[in-house]
Design a protein around this ligand. Sequence first.
Ligand code: UDP
Length: 332
Amino acid sequence: MRILITGGAGFIGSHLVDLLVERGDDVVVLDDLSTGRLDNLARHTSGESGPGTFRFEEGNVLDRALVDRLIGESEYVLHLAAAVGVHTILNEPLRSLRTNIHGTENVLDAAVAHHAKMLLVSTSEIYGKNTSDKLDEGADRILGSPLTARWTYAAAKGIDESFAQAYGKELGLEVAIARPFNTVGPRQTGRYGMVVPNLVRQALAGEPLTVYGDGSQTRCFGFVGEVAPAMVALVETPAAQGRAVNLGGAREVSILELARTVIEVTGSTSDITLVPYSEAYGEGYEDMQRRVPDNTLAGEIVGYEPKIPLEEIIETVAEDQRNRSTIAETVA
Ligand code: UDP
């Protein structure tokens, strides 16, 4: 199959490239390398991978003509290109909004025009401050004020989902939506705020682990090795078309517990430092206290059943960071 992956040089995108090239698909990656890195695709750019083919196109999803040309060559498009990470959202709100709204619109338009099937990669952030136990896909989105920059990511991705539904209903686009919950694993960088690579880097460097707030906030970390295959299955499964599907981890863990586990798994001598939110993100930041997925639908539709324990996931992240040529690549 001919597949375009927008954002394919990023963390999740590059794992999708691996899976698809390894099973024999012809993959084109569109990425502007703003947060993605060619290093993530090293074995493909060096021509060592196969049996499928690989091509890299440097460019932005805001470039309509480029998006149209590339989707014109494709049967499937996996749309991951987005401005991601809390730091990006807070520091570059304009770029974030434009990329996450107009970029997605460009991809949807081209997918309709060329009859490509599409996977929109959304986010668990769209649930906002809904702390219910086991958020199912119909759960309410509870967002803070539009004046609080933190919520613009969730707002933009929510619009993307609404757009995708509308393109499906009115224009016949075949599109499935994935909602990953805190996906982690090798190649993720802590540079844009993500907690697991950041804590692992600190633990390996013998620095204090920075836990924001009181550390009682919880997350359910999904493993990229389980989430990426589920995304591929979603785009290929008729039952997923026109639906949004959660892809999260099985275990709810507090960030303080996560930090302790990182120290244990890496055998680090680091301490844990509690950092007030205002220091970590500036005044007025609102964190999500809890975000727990109901993964039932993904289990039913594509057999998604997260099994890898958190300790093992952390170990893969630590191993990846130890193997990097320079520690600078993982610096927050
Ligand atoms: N966090 C932390 N220390 C860090 C980075 C993040 O305690 O060095 C916290 C952050 O405040 C949040 C959780 O870890 O409560 C997850 O943060 P991340 O940015 O990875 O994901 P998201 O907030 O989007 O769930």
